[in-house]
Design a protein around this ligand. Structure first.
Ligand code: G1P
Length: 287
């Protein structure tokens, strides 16, 4: 069985939920405390054993490329001022080799993944979406790769969401359960409220066999007038079993404002320099 070594990170979305800040700044560069959200995603990929990353970008996303590039002047400046730990942080984001491709039209997530097909070739690969940051002992993606190595076919990361949220996600209709792993009858993208077949929602972590591209190639338009990744998964599942894996760990939703604020507070409370002061401040606010 071929190893999962490549990952696609789609980052071409318009970020409309965060306007106006995303007018001139990619939403993937919005920071949680002091790191852009996309860096958490790249770090998870690397910690999961991924060796090659391709980011699918679009108009106005140049800041992402700059972030993962060397910054000679900045590094020199930090070196002269002997700010070694900051220097290390800055260098960490440019050590990784990242590839880029542009999605020329915003046609949907399925289309964004399809844009990276030539980079992937005939190998299994991972997809990580930037709207979810996963905090887990074993990185979220690593858990899926371990499952892939057991079953030899595609594995999709899921977690349980409350009824009132199912319409925001791709939802799976599970049939047979084996521990945290489910065989699935159907994958449904954003079911209308009250119609979801379960509460197991797709959480932005995927491992695919390359056969998914056969179905992305069809470029069929689905929910919201977009080419949906979930629709291609549904078709793949008819010819090759696609498993859903209820991965362990805390999923932070940074794709919408309230989740973003909560994540910022959670991460700041875990930060040595900030936690005491922030705790004091929160107490005052509650008063
Ligand atoms: C996308 C996927 C959806 C998935 C979600 C996870 O939706 O289409 O299946 O549940 O990401 O964040 P989006 O949030 O991009 O609309």
């Amino acid at each position: 069985m071929k190893k999962v070594k490549k990952a696609i990170i789609p980052a071409a979305g318009l970020g409309t939920r965060f306007l106006p800040v995303t007018k001139a700044m990619p939403k993937e560069m919005l920071p949680i405390v002091d790191k852009p959200t996309i860096q958490y995603i790249v770090e998870e990929a690397i910690q999961s054993g991924i060796e090659d990353i391709i980011i699918v970008t679009g108009k106005g996303k140049r800041a992402i490329e700059d972030h993962f590039d060397n910054s000679i002047e900045l590094e020199q400046n930090l070196l002269e001022k002997e700010k070694f730990s900051l220097l290390e942080e800055v260098q960490a984001s440019s050590k990784i080799d990242i590839h880029y491709i542009r999605q020329k039209e915003p046609l949907g997530l399925g289309h964004a993944v399809w844009c990276a097909r030539k980079f992937i070739g005939n190998e299994p690969f991972a997809v990580l979406l930037g709207d979810d940051i996963v905090e887990a002992e074993t990185p979220g993606l690593k858990q899926l790769i371990d499952q892939y190595e057991e079953v030899g076919s595609s594995v999709i990361g899921v977690q349980t969401v409350p009824n009132k949220e199912t319409h925001r996600y791709g939802i799976v209709d599970p049939i047979v359960q084996n521990g945290r792993r489910h065989e699935v009858k159907n994958f449904v993208e954003k079911p209308a409220p009250g119609t979801a077949p379960s509460n197991l929602a797709i959480m932005g972590r995927y491992v695919f066999t390359p056969e998914i591209f056969m179905f992305l190639e069809e470029q069929q338009v689905g929910t919201g007038g977009e080419i949906q990744l979930t629709d291609a998964i549904q078709k793949l599942n008819k010819i090759q079993r696609v498993f859903a894996y209820d991965f362990e760990g805390i999923r932070h939703d940074v794709g919408e404002k309230f989740g973003f604020i909560k994540t910022t507070i959670d991460f700041a409370l875990k930060n040595k320099e900030l936690k005491d002061e922030l705790m004091e401040y929160l107490k005052q606010v509650i008063k």
